[in-house]
Each structure stands twice: as C-alpha cells, then as structure tokens.
Design a protein around this ligand. Structure first.
Ligand SMILES: CC(C)(COP(=O)(O)OP(=O)(O)OC[C@H]1O[C@@H](n2cnc3c(N)ncnc32)[C@H](O)[C@@H]1OP(=O)(O)O)[C@@H](O)C(=O)NCCC(=O)NCCS
Length: 151
C-alpha cells in the first residue's frame, strides 16, 4: 500500500492517540508522553499517511548506552484496518535510514512477550532477543529486549 512518510507535527496528536488507544488497550502512551517524545526525539518521530489520513506512527530516540549511540524504538503502531500492508516496515526502514545517517549502528526495543504479532514483526526486520525485563508492562507481562545492528 502506498504511504507517504513524514515527521510528526503536534496537530497529528489526535490521530496518533486514536491509533495508540486502538493498539495498546491497557498500556497506551498519553498525550503528554507523545509531546515529550516529540521534543526529545525530533525527526525520528514519524507518521505514515495514506490518502491524507494517518495510518501509523513510530517514535525512536537516539540515546547513549555504554559509550555508544543506540536507537531506541519507544513505540510503533499501525491502524488496525491497515495492518499487514507494509506500513510498519516502511516506518522502520525510514527510521533505520535516518539512524544510519546519524552514525547510529544499533537499534534496541522492548516488546511484550505476549505480543505475538509484534514479536513476528521485529523478527521479520532482523531483531534478535537479548534479554528480558520482568513485569515491564501495566498488565504485568514481561518485555523481551530485542536488538539489531545497522550495517
Ligand atoms: C506490530 C505492527 C506495528 C506491525 O505493523 P504492520 O504494518 O502490520 O506490519 P507490516 O505489514 O509492515 O509487516 C511486516 C512483516 O512483519 C511480520 N508481521 C507483521 N504482523 C504480523 C502478524 N500479525 N503475524 C505474523 N507476522 C506479522 C510479517 O513478516 C510481515 O511481512 P508479510 O506481511 O510480508 O508477511 C502492528 O501489528 C501493530 O500496530 N500492532 C499493535 C501495536 C504493537 O504491538 N506495536 C509493537 C510494540 S513493540
């Protein structure tokens, strides 16, 4: 499905919240969290538009970890009506392109061990599990920490 990728703007917040609430029923980020991510992650907060409508977003920040610059994917969600059409992959491929141009060589993220679709999605993008964070989510589920290198 053709999508246009662009940077998040504050007026996108209601559409991003709509997608967020339909994607993470028990653990959605609130508006303030998105505004803080917008302020700290800059042009790595992306939205995907299809026919003028926002159908997905992803937000990644560059952080220092162990003396290295690491991309940390804070969240990604695609409108349930537009899943399995390459929107999530397109958002992440643009994110990887931007991270490479910043000299970032590694990406990390947390995903719930009970999120089968999310796990398959990250595996399909080359992420491998590197650890577990116990009771990381509001529903008490553990997070798998996953990483991949950006050659
Ligand atoms: C995870 C999510 C972002 C994927 O977005 P998407 O646009 O549907 O993903 P894509 O269409 O780009 O999928 C790319 C590949 O990931 C894998 N994949 C994605 N969803 C999958 C699913 N439900 N089951 C199995 N594999 C899946 C497939 O290999 C897919 O390629 P294919 O369709 O050619 O087989 C979406 O399911 C979502 O918003 N989920 C709710 C929020 C969430 O869990 N976010 C991740 C939390 S870390």
């Amino acid at each position: 499905m053709p999508v246009r990728l662009r940077e998040f703007r504050l007026e996108d917040l209601p559409e991003v919240m709509r997608i967020e609430l339909s994607s993470f029923p028990s653990d959605a980020f609130d508006e303030l969290t998105f505004v803080q991510l917008y302020e700290s992650c800059g042009d790595l907060f992306l939205v995907a538009e299809h026919e003028g409508r926002i159908v997905g977003y992803s937000v990644t920040c560059v952080e220092w970890e162990g003396g290295e610059l690491v991309g940390h994917v804070h969240s990604i969600a695609v409108d349930p009506a537009f899943r399995r059409q390459g929107v999530g992959r397109a958002l992440m491929e643009e994110t990887f392109r931007r991270l490479r141009s910043l000299g970032v060589g590694e990406v990390r993220l947390e995903v719930s061990v009970s999120n089968a679709a999310g796990l398959r999605f990250w595996q399909s993008l080359g992420f491998k599990p590197v650890g577990v964070r116990k009771r990381y989510y509001a529903d008490g589920s553990d997070a798998l920490v996953m990483r991949r290198e950006l050659p």
